[in-house]
Design a protein around this ligand. Structure first.
Ligand code: HEM
Length: 139
């Protein structure tokens, strides 16, 4: 596993491959996103972040799943359906400050822990996602 992660650093293996690739990657990303939103929906620490979202999380779950599948190096489900993500622009209607960013990361890291991700994979994925989350910040 460690070798594979090092390969990911040099772009030889994508996160999608590390997460199960063609056989299980899509399923594992689905599970990660479902767990992420279940945590956001129930953990009091993420309440302000939860409140930015619609009452019904169905479309948020589906869109993050589609986005992350492509972003990790799997099939570009989001782009095929919706075109360029323009993620930062899409987040402009919401107040994304440091606190919201940190709550988002908190839910994602807690989800990876719950799913038993290996420490190295978790750190690398969290570092990359932090970059995206911080880029989304608009305050
Ligand atoms: C930094 C803190 C973040 C906050 C506060 C936040 C908040 C939100 C909110 C409120 C929505 C609308 C959901 C709804 O319809 O109820 C949304 C949509 C979305 N977010 Fe985030 N988000 C954050 C970070 C991220 C990150 C890091 C990613 C990707 C790695 C991401 C990917 C998406 C996607 C793909 C959508 C759907 C966009 C669309 O097609 O409408 N978000 N986000």
């Amino acid at each position: 596993m460690l070798d594979k992660i090092e390969e990911a650093g040099s772009n030889k293996a994508t996160f999608f491959e590390l997460l199960g690739g063609e056989a299980n990657g899509v399923e594992n990303i689905r599970l990660l996103v479902e767990t992420f939103y279940d945590i956001m929906d129930s953990d009091p620490k993420a309440k302000p972040l939860r409140d930015l979202h619609q009452a019904d999380l169905t479309s948020a779950r589906e869109k993050l799943f589609m986005f992350l599948t492509g972003w990790t190096g799997g099939p570009q489900l989001y782009i095929e359906r919706y075109g360029h993500p323009m993620l930062r622009a899409r987040h402009l209607p919401f107040v994304v400050d440091e606190s919201a960013r940190d709550q988002w990361m908190y839910c994602m890291i807690k989800a990876m822990h719950q799913l038993g991700y290996e420490e190295d994979l978790m750190k690398k994925l969290a570092t990359q996602l932090y970059g995206v989350a911080d880029f989304m910040r608009n305050q």
